[in-house]
Design a protein around this ligand. Structure first.
Ligand SMILES: [Fe+2]
Ligand SMILES: [Fe+2]
Length: 273
């Protein structure tokens, strides 16, 4: 399995460097920034995404600690951290260059963000791979939706930012999917149990961490609906992994955790908005 993980990490790094690498300074068409498109609602939405991306120090330190058993996973984790850093910085640049937020406002935001600490929602590497596939898939779906909204509004800069960041999130989801595939081949019942456990207890990183997260997702239009989450994230993931809905429902029923019974009946975990 170690060799397979190495191969998956190497594939991820090669694609990241050769096909996906982008520059905040050169690849975003800042010269086309139209401040009239930067409405208050856009500001609320981008600020919320930005805040969630800003927890990179916590995400990456916890992720690296979990990767200590594998140098290949650590290489993935450091590249992943670089890409997530780009996301927060690109959103910050949009907020400040468009005049939606001042540098002073942003400093205050950063201070309040780091007053709280993100911790691992699940304790093992296999469970975190399941979480990563769902969370990155949900993030990609939300950003892709915002890309469409920015395109309709004629905001070329924001459309480009959501395209570049969304492409990274889709690649992150793909990486975790490949890891789950390996885990399924290694131990299918235990991996199914982990995936069911994560699905029954899923929530986005900002939920419970960023004040009024759910409320702000709704008011800014940044969130995706539970139905969207199911149709665009959960079912496609299960299809790719060749897990039938019946198999997943059976795994969910075996969970003795609150929420698992409800999720087995109607698996719509705690996405918001
Ligand atoms: Fe991100
Ligand atoms: Fe990501």
């Amino acid at each position: 399995m170690r060799q397979d993980v190495y191969r998956i990490c190497l594939d991820f790094l090669e694609t990241a460097e050769n096909k996906r690498h982008w520059s905040i300074f050169n690849d975003v068409p800042w010269d086309r920034l139209d401040r009239s498109k930067a409405t208050d609602k856009v500001g609320q939405c981008v600020e919320l995404f930005c805040t969630e991306e800003l927890y990179v120090p916590d995400y990456s330190s916890e992720g690296l600690a979990l990767s200590r058993f594998s140098s290949a996973m650590a290489w993935f984790q450091t590249r992943w951290a670089l890409e997530e850093s780009h996301h927060g910085l690109a959103f910050r640049q949009y907020l400040t260059r468009s005049g939606l937020r001042s540098e002073a406002q942003f400093e205050a935001l950063e201070e309040s963000t780091f007053a709280r600490r993100w911790g691992l929602p699940f304790q093992t590497a296999r469970q975190m791979a399941c979480y990563g596939a769902l969370q990155e898939g949900a993030t990609y779906t939300a950003y892709n939706r915002q890309r469409g909204i920015a395109r309709c509004a004629g905001d070329q800069v924001l459309e480009s930012i959501f395209f570049l960041i969304g492409r990274d999130e889709a690649a992150h989801a793909g990486f975790y999917r490949a890891i789950i595939q390996l885990e399924l081949a290694e131990n299918r019942p235990a991996t199914l149990a982990d995936l069911a456990h994560v699905l029954a207890n899923f929530k986005m990183p900002g939920d419970g961490l960023i004040p009024d997260y759910v409320l702000r997702l709704r008011s800014s239009g940044a969130g995706i609906s539970p139905r969207h989450f199911l149709e665009r994230v959960v079912w496609p993931l299960l299809n790719t992994l060749q897990i039938s809905r019946e198999e997943m429902k059976a795994a969910l029923r075996q969970q003795s955790l609150p929420g698992a019974a409800a999720a087995a009946k109607n698996p719509m975990p705690g996405t918001s908005g």
